[in-house]
Ligand binder design. Structure first.
Ligand code: PSU
Ligand code: MN
Length: 306
C-alpha cells in the first residue's frame, strides 16, 4: 500500500490483503451514475453480502474528500448513494480528485488502478465501457479498454454495455491484447441479454481455470488485465430484440440533446430505465449480483493459486 498517498483502507480489507485472504474490489460509478436511489444503495450492500458468502472480503472503492478509500463502510456507501455531485473518475482525473480534495466515484478504469495499488487482483462490475456506436466520428472510446491492457486486474462483467458497438469493442480489446473469456458460454453476452451474435474469443468454465490463466500470463510477463464475460442469469435476461428497440430510442434522444463525453453512458442508462419501465434496472442488478458471486469464487481461487 503506498504510504505517500492519502490512502484509507478499511481494517478488514487491510488485514485480508496482508494475510493474502481473498478480496474483491467493487466500483462506485455504478452507484452514483449507473442506478437511481435507493436501488443503487441496496445493490451496493447486497453485492458486498454476496461476496462475503463466498468467503471473500468486499472492497468498494471511491475517492472521498481527496482520499482514496478501499473498502467503504456502510455510512460512506449510503452517503455516496445519495450524493448528486460526485465526480465520475477515470484514469485522466483520478489524481485530480485527490489533489483538489474532491469526492468522486471510480469507473472500471479508475477502480482497476486503485485495486492494483492496494494489491487486489479481481473486481466485479456490471458492464465495462467500450467503443460507442458512431465512434468513427465521435471518437468516443472508453478509457476502460486501455486500462484493461495495462493493469493486471481480472474484471468480471456481463460483457460490454449493449448501448455500445460490441463488434468494435471486441476488435479494440483484441488489438490491445486483452483476453475476453466467455464464462461457461461460447457466445459473448450483451449485458442485459445473454446473446450478442458474437463468439466469445476464449472460453473457461471454472474459477480455478481463470486463476490459472492469470497466473500463466503473469509468468510470461504479459501485462494487463482480463475480461471475464459472465452472462446475466437466464431468469433476469431481457430479449435482445426488445432491448435493441429501447437502445435505438435512447441513442436518438442523446443525439437530439447533444449529450457528449462522460455524460453519455449515465444518460443512456437512465433513458433505458424509463423506456423499459424499470426492467433494465432489474436485469442490471441481477447481473451485478451474479458477477459478484463469481468474482468471490475467483478471489478464493487466486489465493489458492498464489
Ligand atoms: N456497469 C454498470 N453500470 C455502470 C457502469 C458499469 O452496470 O454505470 C459504469 C462503469 O463505471 C464503467 C462506466 O467504467 O460505466 C463506463 O463509462 P464510460 O462509457 O463513460 O467510459
Ligand atoms: Mn466516453
Amino acid at each position: 500500500m503506498p504510504t505517500s498517498l492519502p490512502f484509507k483502507s478499511s481494517e478488514e480489507v487491510t488485514d485480508a490483503i496482508r494475510a493474502r485472504r481473498p478480496v474483491v474490489a467493487l466500483e462506485s460509478t455504478i452507484i452514483t451514475h449507473g442506478m437511481p436511489y435507493p436501488q443503487n444503495r441496496d445493490m451496493a450492500r447486497n453485492v458486498e453480502a454476496i461476496i462475503r458468502e463466498q468467503g471473500a472480503v468486499p472492497a468498494t472503492i471511491a475517492v472521498l474528500d481527496g482520499h482514496l478509500v478501499v473498502g467503504l463502510n456502510d455510512q460512506e456507501l449510503d452517503a455516496l448513494a445519495t450524493t448528486r455531485d460526485a465526480l465520475k473518475l477515470s484514469r485522466a482525473d483520478l489524481a485530480y480528485a485527490v489533489a483538489t480534495g474532491r469526492t468522486g466515484a471510480t469507473t472500471v478504469a479508475a477502480t482497476m488502478i486503485v485495486a492494483d495499488l492496494a494489491g487486489i487482483g479481481v473486481f466485479a462490475t456490471g458492464g465495462i465501457g467500450g467503443v460507442h456506436r458512431g465512434a468513427e466520428t465521435s471518437f468516443d472510446i472508453s478509457a476502460d479498454l486501455e486500462e484493461l491492457a495495462r493493469t493486471p486486474v481480472i474484471v468480471v462483467c456481463a460483457g460490454a454495455k449493449a448501448i455500445l458497438d460490441l463488434d468494435k469493442t471486441l476488435e479494440v480489446l483484441e488489438t490491445k491484447g486483452v483476453p475476453v473469456i466467455g464464462y461457461g458460454v461460447d457466445e459473448l453476452p450483451a449485458f442485459w441479454s445473454r446473446e450478442s451474435g458474437l463468439p466469445a474469443p476464449l472460453r473457461l468454465d471454472t474459477a480455478d481455470q481463470i486463476a490459472a490463466f492469470q497466473a500463466a500470463r503473469a509468468s510470461l510477463s504479459i501485462e494487463g488485465g482480463m475480461l471475464v464475460a459472465h452472462p446475466v442469469p437466464e431468469t433476469d435476461a431481457l430479449p435482445r430484440a426488445l432491448v435493441e428497440g429501447w437502445i435505438e430510442q435512447a441513442l436518438a434522444e442523446a443525439q437530439a440533446q447533444g449529450i457528449a463525453g462522460k455524460a453519455v453512458t449515465p444518460f443512456l442508462l437512465d433513458r433505458m430505465y424509463h423506456l423499459s419501465e424499470g426492467r433494465s434496472l432489474a436485469a442490471n442488478i441481477a447481473l451485478v449480483e451474479a458477477n459478484a458471486r463469481l468474482a468471490g469464487r475467483i478471489a478464493v481461487a487466486l489465493t489458492k493459486a498464489a
